[in-house]
Design a protein around this ligand. Structure first.
Ligand code: DGL
Length: 266
C-alpha cells in the first residue's frame, strides 16, 4: 500500500452511451476510495454500425484528449464494440496508461455451459470482429456458439433506461435468435456482450422461451480494474467528485436525471 492521500487519480469509465453504467455500478463498490469520471461518446452512438477504420480513429483521437484532460489512474473501456476494435490501438498509442477492456464473456460461458449451446448477444460490430472470432477459436471450439448481432437493442436499452416504455415484440425480435434447439439440447447461456443489455435482463428473462443464464461480465471487469488500481491506506472518496461527460455536450433531461441516480453530476 502507498501512503494515504486525498488526491488519488480518478477512474475513467468509457462507453458510447449509458451502457457503461452497468460496469461503473460494480466498479464503485470495489473502489469506494476513487473518484469516477464517466464518459459517454453519445455524439458517436451507436457504435455498433460504424465502419471499423473510422471508429478506431475516433476512439484513439478522443482518448488523446481525455487522457490529457483528466489524467486518470486507469481507464475502463466499458464497451465491447469499442474495445474489441480499438483496445490494442489504445494500448499502443498510450503505453503509459492502463486500459481494462470489456470483451464478450465467451470463455466463462464455454466453461459453464452444460448443453454446449451458447449464444452471444452483441452489436453488429462486435459480432463481426476478428477479436470475437478469435475468442471462440481459443476457448469455445467444443461448443456450438451462435453469434447474434442486434441492430436495435442498444437503442432500445437507452430508451428503456431513460424511462420510456419499450415494446415486448421489438425486444423479442432481437433476442429470439439466441434460443437454439439442436439434437435434443437447448441453449443454456446467453452472453450479454454489450454493456447496455444487462439493464434489460429482467425483460429478457420474462420473454425468454426457456430459462437460460444471462451472463453479465460487469462484476468481473470491476474486479480486474480493482486488481490494477493501487489500494491506498485510509484513503477516502473525494467529496462531491463523480461526474459524467457527454461528447454531444448536451445530454437531455432524462439522461441527466439518470446520471444523478448513479451519483454522477452531468
Ligand atoms: N455498450 C456498447 C457495447 O458494449 C455498444 C452500444 C453501441 O452500439 O454503441 O458494445
Amino acid at each position: 500500500m502507498t501512503a494515504a492521500t486525498n488526491e488519488l487519480k480518478p477512474v475513467l469509465v468509457f462507453d458510447s452511451g449509458i451502457g457503461g453504467l452497468t460496469v461503473l455500478r460494480e466498479a464503485r463498490v470495489l473502489m469506494p476510495e476513487r473518484g469516477f469520471i464517466y464518459i459517454a461518446d453519445d455524439a458517436g452512438f451507436p457504435y455498433g454500425n460504424w465502419e471499423e477504420p473510422a471508429l478506431r480513429e475516433r476512439i484513439v483521437d478522443l482518448f488523446a484528449k481525455l487522457l490529457a484532460q483528466y489524467d486518470p489512474e486507469v481507464c475502463i473501456i466499458a464497451c465491447n464494440t469499442a474495445f474489441t476494435l480499438a483496445g490494442a490501438d489504445l494500448r499502443a498509442a498510450f503505453p503509459q496508461m492502463t486500459f481494462v477492456g470489456t470483451v464478450p464473456a465467451i470463455k466463462p460461458a464455454a466453461e459453464r455451459t452444460r448443453s454446449g449451446l451458447v449464444s452471444v448477444l452483441a452489436t453488429p460490430g462486435t459480432v463481426k470482429r476478428a477479436y470475437t472470432r478469435d475468442l471462440i477459436q481459443s476457448f469455445a471450439t467444443q461448443c456450438h456458439v451462435r453469434l447474434v448481432g442486434s441492430q436495435n437493442l442498444a437503442r432500445l436499452a437507452e430508451a428503456y433506461i431513460r424511462g420510456d416504455v419499450v415494446d415486448d415484440e421489438a425486444v423479442l425480435t432481437e433476442v429470439e435468435q439466441c434460443f437454439v434447439e439442436m439434437d435434443g439440447r437447448k441453449t443454456d447461456i446467453v452472453v450479454l456482450a454489450c454493456t447496455h443489455y444487462p439493464f434489460m435482463a429482467n425483460i429478457f428473462r420474462r420473454l425468454a422461451p426457456w430459462p437460460v443464464d444471462w451472463l453479465d461480465p460487469a462484476e468481473a471487469i470491476a474486479r480486474r480494474a480493482r486488481s490494477l488500481v493501487p489500494q491506498v491506506a485510509d484513503a477516502v472518496h473525494p467529496d462531491n467528485f463523480d461526474f459524467a461527460v457527454f461528447t454531444s455536450g448536451a445530454p437531455d433531461f432524462p439522461t441527466r436525471r439518470l446520471m444523478q441516480g448513479f451519483g454522477l453530476k452531468a
